[in-house]
Write a protein that binds this ligand. Structure first.
Ligand code: PEP
Ligand code: MG
Length: 553
């Protein structure tokens, strides 16, 4: 058995295929080019970089949304002067262009990975880009993902996967994804979750399995069976998929005794809203508005904002639509904000704090939501990210109410969670962001793969704090949902319901498994399971106890 941190729930079985390794092949490591060939080699590199950038750009315009922005950003990296100069410098020292490119990519990627945050997310993009340029230089094959069109049972393995490659995965052909690196709440994980491919990250011993081996992936528990029984494995996968399909047909979320649990969707814009509505979401719990503009050159645009908010809300005429104001900074840096560099961006000017240096963006966004509400003739809700103080919550509510909008905040900092009894009475609703709450409670960067055991939401200090927020919400009768990635874990969903949460918001692909799981247990059973989980001391014990109460998957 191999163990890691599950990031997309599900079961998978199949043959291992390792992704390309971005390290310099042994054969190239010591190779040298003649000094008179150096100008040609530089020219070859320039041409290859240009070809890869053009290919990525072409791909980015063929798709839409966040995935498109990611490809566009990776293409821009190909023209990054620092990367280009470093590669050319290495070629001038006599290295062949392909080896220089890979070496340089590795150099920048390891520096970025060590810095954490959004910057660390770019490490996978750099490795992906330089692998693509090196393959182009060798002219021997299509770089990136292997051709999987003839296969249906592939378990893809790799060190990390760039968001640009993640968007190219096809769930028809990839039954699971296993990575040695990768964080549970990284951008790649968020994309894979939207695709619904069972995935485990942070598997340190993954190199024990090789291309051609057959494995069974349990991305509910976070383990990989390296000697599986083919028949039993296929049966378990089929049973699991069957229970998912049954669940989609069942209508609104409820427990076995009929207690309603509202199942909402996390989206980034109108396309996600359509998928959410097809998959039976009962509203939008989190519209991550910043993702529309993260790859933009100039920043948010009034018309795009009004159109997006209107289109999303139109798809959910009688359901809640919670539009989160721009959550920028930290791991979502954008050049157009022009904020000063920070030593610790996750603890810096991010989320609602950006409205300090850029009040214009904040006011424009609230006005755009109000304009959408007016066009539709309905009420819309806005929600502030990264709220830490009572004063911030109070100010945000006043700004929203003055425009006729419902007002809520994300409870995602320990400060807001600890003072929930003071903050909640100000609000129309709140939503618990477990991704950041876990990062801040556990003092562990959510994007750092080496800290996956800390950024696991099954850590008891996180669950304790959520329980106290849920108790305050019940006392003050303020609707509170959970919208972090943790809400998508069916057994954790039962635990949240057991501690008093009655609305969960998640990637649309997770709605069916969570729906199916909740339908199997009564409120009393959820409460008993939650109490048993909260009585444990480690995430491993918590998962194990939850499995006893709420089944293995
Ligand atoms: C969270 O922090 O849990 C959350 C939902 O917000 P994001 O992942 O966008 O930071
Ligand atoms: Mg957050």
């Amino acid at each position: 058995m191999l163990y890691g941190t599950p990031v997309v729930p599900g079961l998978g079985y199949g043959e291992v295929v390792w992704l390309d390794d971005a390290s310099v092949p042994e054969a190239d490591a010591g190779a040298r080019v003649d000094p008179d060939q150096i100008p040609d080699e530089i020219q070859r590199f320039e041409e290859a970089a240009k070809a890869v950038a053009e290919r990525l750009r072409a791909k980015s315009v063929a798709i839409v949304g966040y995935a498109s922005d990611i490809l566009f950003a990776t293409a821009a990296l190909a023209e990054d002067p620092a990367l280009r100069d470093d590669i050319i410098g290495r070629i001038q020292e006599g290295r062949p262009a392909a080896a220089a490119t890979l070496k340089s990519g590795e150099f920048f990627a390891s520096q970025l990975a060590a810095r954490g945050g959004k910057v660390a997310d770019r490490a996978a993009e750099i490795r992906d880009l330089t692998t693509q340029i090196a393959a182009e230089l060798r002219g021997n094959r299509t770089p990136g993902l292997p051709d999987l069109s003839e296969t249906t049972e592939v378990v893809l393995c790799g060190r990390d996967l760039s968001p640009a490659l993640a968007v190219g995965l096809d769930p028809q052909h990839v039954s699971a994804l296993l990575l040695t690196d990768g964080g549970p709440t990284s951008h790649t994980s968020i994309i894979i979750r939207q695709l619904g491919i069972p995935s485990i990250v942070g598997i340190r011993d993954l190199h024990e399995i090789h291309t051609g081996d057959t494995v069974f992936v349990d991305a509910l528990q976070g383990c990989v069976d390296t000697e599986p029984d083919p028949e039993v494995s296929r049966e378990r996968v089929a049973d699991y998929l069957h229970s998912e399909v049954r669940a989609t047909a069942n209508g609104s979320g409820q427990l076995a005794d009929g207690v309603p649990v509202r199942l909402l969707a996390n989206i980034q814009g109108p396309i996600g809203a359509r998928r959410a509505s097809e998959r039976g979401a009962e509203g939008i719990g989190l519209l991550r508005t910043e993702l529309t503009f993260i790859g933009s050159v100039t920043g948010p645009d009034w018309d795009i904002q009004v159109r997006n908010y209107t289109e999303v809300a139109r798809l959910f005429p009688d359901s809640p639509v919670q539009i989160r104001t721009l959550d920028l900074g930290s791991d979502k840096q954008v050049p157009w904000l022009r904020l000063s560099a920070e030593a610790n961006p996750a603890l810096g000017v991010r989320g609602l704090r950006v409205s300090g240096p850029r009040p214009d963006l904040f006011q424009q966004q609230l006005d755009a939501v109000a304009a959408a509400a007016e066009q539709l003739g309905r009420e819309l809700a806005v929600m502030a990210p990264m709220v830490t103080t009572f004063a911030e919550a109070d100010w945000f509510v006043a700004e929203a109410h003055s425009r006729g909008l419902h007002a809520g905040v994300m409870i995602e900092t320990p400060a807001a969670a600890i003072r929930a009894h003071a903050i909640l009475p100000l609000l129309d609703f709140a939503s618990i962001g477990t991704n950041d709450l876990t990062q801040y409670v556990m003092a562990a960067d959510r994007t750092n793969p080496a800290l996956a055991t800390y950024t696991d939401p099954w850590n008891l200090p996180v669950l304790d704090l959520i329980q106290s927020v849920a108790a305050a919400a019940e006392h003050f009768e303020v609707p509170v949902s959970v919208c972090g990635e943790a809400a998508a874990d069916p057994r954790l969903a039962c635990v949240f319901v057991g501690i008093g949460i009655r609305a969960l918001s998640m990637a649309s692909v997770s709605l069916a498994p969570v729906h199916a799981k909740l339908a199997q247990y009564t409120l009393a059973e959820c409460e008993a399971g939650a109490a048993a989980v909260l009585a444990t001391n480690t995430p491993q014990q918590a998962r194990w106890v939850a499995a006893q109460h709420f089944g293995l998957h």
